[in-house]
Every structure is written in C-alpha cells, then in structure tokens.
Design a protein around this ligand. Sequence first.
Ligand SMILES: Nc1nc2c(c(=O)[nH]1)N[C@H]1C(S)=C(S)[C@@H](COP(=O)(O)OP(=O)(O)OC[C@H]3O[C@@H](n4cnc5c(=O)[nH]c(N)nc54)[C@H](O)[C@@H]3O)O[C@H]1N2
Ligand SMILES: Nc1nc2c(c(=O)[nH]1)N[C@H]1C(S)=C(S)[C@@H](COP(=O)(O)OP(=O)(O)OC[C@H]3O[C@@H](n4cnc5c(=O)[nH]c(N)nc54)[C@H](O)[C@@H]3O)O[C@H]1N2
Ligand code: SF4
Ligand SMILES: [Mo]
Length: 762
Amino acid sequence: MSSTGAKDASRDADNDPTQAWHKTVCILCSANCGVEVRLDDREITRVRGNKAHVASKGYTCEKALRINHYQNAKGRLTSPLRREPDGSYTEVDWDTAIADVVAGFKRVGAEHGGDAMMYYGGGGQGNHLCGAYGSVSRRALGIRYRSNALAQEKTGEAWVDGRMFGTHLHGDFHHAEVSIFVGKNPWHSHGFDEARRVLKEIKADEARSMIVIDPRRSETADLADFHLQVQPGTDAFCIAALGGVLVQEGLIDRTWINENTTGADAVLAELGQVDIAGFAERCGVDEALIRPAAQRIGRAESVSVLEDLGVEMAPNSTLVSYLQKLLWVLVGSFAKPGAMTTHSSLVPLFNYSTAGKEPASPVTGSAIISGMLACNEIPEMVLSDHPDRIRAMFIESANPVHSLAGSAEWREVMASLEFSVVIDVALTETARLAHYVLPASSQYEKTEATFFSLAFPDNTFTVRAPILAPLEGTLSEAEIHTRILHEVGAIDEETLAPLRAAADQGRAEFASALGEAVTANPSLATYGAVVLYETLGPTLPEGLAEAAPLWFTAQQCAMKYPEAMAAAGHADADALFDALISERDGVVFTRHDYEEAWSMLSTPEGTINLDIPELVADLAALSSAPTDHRTDEFPYILSAGERRSFTANTIIRDPAWRKRDAEGALRLSPADAASLGVEAGDRVRITTPGGSAVAVAEVNDTMLAGHISLPNGMGLDYAPAGGDPEATGVAPNELTTNDWRDAYAGTPWHKHVPAKLELVSA
Ligand SMILES: Nc1nc2c(c(=O)[nH]1)N[C@H]1C(S)=C(S)[C@@H](COP(=O)(O)OP(=O)(O)OC[C@H]3O[C@@H](n4cnc5c(=O)[nH]c(N)nc54)[C@H](O)[C@@H]3O)O[C@H]1N2
Ligand SMILES: Nc1nc2c(c(=O)[nH]1)N[C@H]1C(S)=C(S)[C@@H](COP(=O)(O)OP(=O)(O)OC[C@H]3O[C@@H](n4cnc5c(=O)[nH]c(N)nc54)[C@H](O)[C@@H]3O)O[C@H]1N2
Ligand code: SF4
Ligand SMILES: [Mo]
C-alpha cells in the first residue's frame, strides 16, 4: 500500500462509528493534553487530540501518538518482587509483600526512629493521586523525611516566590505583549497549553515580541525577536543588565512600584549601579542587543516570563529566579491579561508560607524547602556516618538512580539502605536495587490526575478514568497504600463501617459523619486519602473509587475560592467534585477576575516584596563572581539532559519509541567539531568530574562553541522481547555529581557540567 493509501485507510478507521474513542490525557509532559484513543484489546492503536478538552483544545505534539510504548512496554512488572541475598528476585504474593514491607520499615523505625527513614517521589508528569495515597503510608509508617524531583529543579524558584509573593505565579503567554523564556525551550518542553501554536502566533504578530535567553539557538529561540545567546551559566549577568537598563534608562513604573511593592529601594539602588557594558561582555551578549530588549520590556503593556531548567540547573540559579521576576515587577506587569498572575490551586505543589523558614537537615545542615530535602543532599544523608543518617527509603513513581545527580553514588545509596521499597510499573534502575518492588497498575489502568493546574483567570483540572483494566498482578497505589495502612493496624473496620453506611445514604450524611469521626479520632485526617477511598470510594461510579480524595480537595476549593468556584458554574463543593469525576474533557474549577489576583498574594504585607537581602547582596557581588567554570582539563560545558523531540523523562523505556535520534546524540558546534576533527556520526568520549561515556556526535549549528549537550531520559535498560536488558544512549547522571549545586536550594547544575571531549572512532 502506498503511504497515501495508508493515511486514507487510517482516516477511514478514525471515522468508523463502530469503534469507540476513549478520552484520557497524554502523560508524557506536564501539559497533560487531552487525547482520545482507540484500543485493540490492550493496545492503544490510535491517538488524536481531544478538541473538547478545556485546556488543550485538540492540541498535541508528536509524542502523544507514542503512548502505547509506555502502556505496553515489555517487562511490565506483574508481581511483587523480593530481593534475595544473592541479588536475584523472588515473586511473592501481595499479602506477603505488604507484610514484609511494613515489617521492614517498622524494624528500622523501632531501632533508629522516623528520622532514619524517607519517602521519595509520589508522582510524575501524569500522576499525582499516587502521591496523596503515598503520604498516608509515609505517616502510618512514621517516615520523617520526604522529597521528590521538584527539589532538584523548582525549590530555588519556590524559595524566591515564597519571599516575594507567598505563592506561585504563572504567565499568560497566550496574550502577553512580551513573552520571555529564560533557559526554557517550550517548543519541545511545553510548560503551558498549546505551546507550539502560541509560539507561532507570537511570531506572526508584529505587535507582540518574544525574548529568549539561551546559549543554544533552540527551536523557541529561532522564533524569537530577541535571542540573547548567553554563554552558558551567565544568565545572572544578562538579566541584571536587562534590569539595569530598565532602571538606568527610567523605563520602570515607579508609581506602580510605590503603590504595590515593599522593599524596592535596595534592589533599585543595586540595579542602578549595574555596569551594563561590563555585564553584557561577561554574558557574551552584545550591549546593542540587551538595550533594545530591555526597552521592549519597558514599553510593553504586558510581560510574562517563564524560567526553567536552563537556569534552574545552572550557576546562580536562585539569584536568576529573583532577577527574572524583577523584570516584570519593575514594569508593573501583574494581574492583567498577558501579565503574570497568582492562580488558584486544588493542591499547591509547594507550601510557600514555610519555604525558606524550615529547620535545616540535622545530617547535612542544609536547607529543607517546603518539607523537601534537596535531592543533591540525599546521598550524603544516607552515606554519612552521622547517627541520624537515613537508613530506609520508600520510593514511588520515581527513578532516582537514573534521574538524580550521581548515578554511581545513588547505586551506593541503594546498596547501603537497611530497607527499601519501590512502587513502579517497570523494573527500573532504582527498582532493581531495592529490597522490595511492588507493581503498580499503569496510568491508563486506574483513575489519575495531576496537580499541574496553573492557569488564570480560568483554572482547569482533568481527572481521567481508566481506559483499560489493571494488568494482572498489579494494583493501583490507592489499593497498595490502603493495604499498608491496614497492615500497620492504623485503621479498623469499626471506624470505617459507620462512614461507609453514611456514604451510602448521601454526601451530606457522609460529610457530617466524617466530621464527627475526625473530631473523635484526629489521626483519621492523617490518613484522609485512604479513608475516603474506602468509604466514599465504593459509592462512586465504577472505576472511579481512586478519585475519592478529590472530594476533600473540592471542599477545600469551596472554602478557599467560593466566588471563583461559583463563577465557574459549581453550586457547591459536591457539585464541583461530581463535575471533576464525571467530566472527561476536564473542568474549569475556578473563574477569577483580575482583582482577585491581588488577594491571592500571600506575603505578610499583602503586597509584592522586593527585598531579599541575601540575593541583593549576591547581585552586588556579581561583578566579582566567576563567569566561566571551564578549566584546561575540562574545556567544555556539558548540558546533561536536554529536552528533545523524543525525550520524556524516564517514562518510556523502549528505545523504539523514538522516530529520530535513536541513540540520543551529543550535540556540538561546527567550530568545536572542526577543532576536534569530529564529524557527524563519529563516536566521542565525554569525560566529566563525575564519569565518562561514549556518544554518537551530531554537529549542530544551534550550539555555541564550547557548549555541548546530551538529551534527557536516555540510557534506560530495556529488554526487547525476552532478551537481556540493554541501554541505548548515555544516561546523563552517570556524568553528574551531587556537589555541583546551588547554594540556597541545593539544586544541581546539570546544564553546566565541565567536560572533556575526545574523538573515539570516526
Ligand atoms: N520533550 C520533553 N518535554 C518535557 C520533558 C521531557 O523529558 N521531554 N520533561 C518535562 C520536565 S520534567 C521539565 S522540568 C521541563 C524542562 O523543560 P526545559 O527547561 O525547557 O528543558 P531543557 O531542554 O532541559 O532546558 C531548556 C533550555 O535550557 C538551555 N540552557 C542550557 N544551559 C543554559 C544556560 O546556562 N542558560 C540558559 N539561559 N539556558 C540554558 C538549553 O539550551 C535548553 O534549550 O520539560 C518538561 N517537558
Ligand atoms: N542530568 C539530568 N537529570 C535530570 C534532568 C535533567 O535535565 N538532567 N531532569 C530532571 C527533572 S526536571 C525531572 S522532573 C526528573 C524526573 O525524574 P523522576 O522523578 O525519576 O521521574 P520520571 O523520569 O518521570 O520517572 C517516573 C517513574 O515513574 C514510573 N511510573 C510510570 N507510571 C507509573 C505509575 O502509574 N505508578 C508508579 N508507581 N510509577 C509509574 C516510571 O516507570 C518511572 O520509573 O529527572 C531529572 N533528572
Ligand atoms: S508530550 Fe506533547 S502531547 Fe503529551 S502532554 Fe506534552 S505537549 Fe501534550
Ligand atoms: Mo522536571
């Protein structure tokens, strides 16, 4: 059949009314676009954008079409596994596994206390309900510490947001007159709805502009009006220069600043002294480009900024978060269309009221932000000989051996733990080193949702129902944590039975019975997700019991945003909950007006606070700070873990899902290729202070000389049909180390790893 014939045939199949389309979402990035899929038995055979979805409106990128590689990967776990002393695994039944897991944590807890145990993970790009259930086991087992991937990317920004706004803010790139992307490539990584469509729209509209700060001429930079092509790791200089121009050329909105902010004086004085020409030179961007870019910001009605890993995982990351926020604050771009706004949250990703004020870790002495240990500190917390070191770890929906800095050190961590369990769908690099592995049903086999809801004025949330029955032998996290709670003995039938009976009578009866039960026994609230799953869950439509904790979420939403919830058309919390669990196209849960963005600021003064003395001091010290971390031994800067067309963290393990760049090439500039004698397709050895690996080279003119990059999510073990597991491409964290990190948040400098490059074979 010709290719046109194949396309026509598939279009006919799409229109075949006898075949059903099932609504769900793509789980490969935080955009979670709504999709419709066709099934052939357990295979996802067709995927298309769901035009009725409230947020994505039919939009998808090329990756959504490949979700079957996640759902039907070879080697899905189908039985709990116990590791034997010789390292082999034995399949055990669920009752044995749950009993052993509880006994394992109880043993460590009894001997060393809850301080010796931590929980890591609790969600990925498409699943956060597992985190709600996971917190129940964490509490029931007395596990004191926790962390997840946010503490290796977003904690520095959260620390700054806590100080400046007391909450999270997001931009309105659909309408901003000026959109600024700092170390962020939305073309590939998204981060807001319909990213590519929006980027193309900005490009086509002469009245709107885009500023991209990135050492690489990324796909996004290619569409920008101003590409500030900084030298890697020098963003603080570039953004301070932009802020300096705003202040020194009188482009700031002084009236707005006086009315709406506190503590501006110190930072304005500092920006007033920035040596623009000097800083331009230090970041490698022409002053003649920095000035007009700043002027463009200065005359815009609305400015929205999005930072991401290019700066969050590079030198001065927390300072950069502060400086980029100053850019839009200084021109008063807040709480109007196209501007930055606060937003509602069903479940906030961070606790901004405590961020930066929590007691430090007793083992390493470093910051805990929003309750999370800095990921780069975890190995030290385990491998230290401190009496309070961590000795047991509960890991869920995360693969830290592969995804956190220093894979070799992480293997040591796993080997030295007295007890560990991993809940996953696959025998990951982390799972294969754990004492116990528990197989989860996939994200298409249970009810799931994510809390990446950041939109304003309309904020949306999508609950998805299972489109497939659980793979035999697997359980949803709701069920796993429920069984753990029962095994611990923290809850009993006597407590649950009256709640079940009340739930059968109706929501009002349930609400009052639950209120009474919690008053009588406050620990019930601690186990809220499981209590709801076990009592309200059975009354919900088939397959949706796992959504029960959202009933409580809806109650909180009604308390926090009564007017915005009503404006979105929900009469009360129960109506919102019913909409959430029944609406497959997603739900607008709050509809705000712009005035309300002000009331969601949560600083002590109720205004925007510009005074962060530590960071103002860092700004003052910038002129004597280093701009270049390269050495004679390591003359390149490696960005370890770039988002590309076919990367999706470590969610898809089957390398066959990639249509291009099968091995994940090392990108280098034509100038570097020439000086090393490297041509496209050659093998090159990359050596860093953390390790060494061989990759295939791609000579790429988007790269700056001296800057090289490797893709994220490569080097995952995968066993094609029964064979031995093999890794394709370079696992980026074989090359990274835990000590290379930010001073405030401990976040890794993965985009800025000093490296050496050699031609291995032409
Ligand atoms: N396709 C795809 N999309 C994803 C993911 C995925 O794995 N694949 N993962 C999701 C997740 S978890 C996240 S957190 C986001 C991350 O999304 P992004 O942060 O956008 O992704 P990266 O490609 O890691 O980094 C973005 C840019 O930073 C640039 N960069 C490198 N060094 C520097 C520097 O020193 N300064 C500046 N200014 N820029 C620099 C790189 O050239 C790159 O273009 O993506 C999400 N979306
Ligand atoms: N060097 C370098 N390292 C990086 C990055 C980088 O840019 N460079 N990026 C970092 C970033 S921003 C992030 S967010 C992290 C992400 O890294 P992780 O937090 O480890 O998350 P994922 O890679 O998304 O892996 C999720 C795990 O969940 C499993 N899983 C999938 N579905 C389910 C399910 O339904 N239930 C359960 N229990 N498990 C499931 C998958 O098999 C996988 O093992 O990686 C980080 N690592
Ligand atoms: S990977 Fe693409 S289709 Fe999937 S959620 Fe992200 S943007 Fe949407
Ligand atoms: Mo991430």
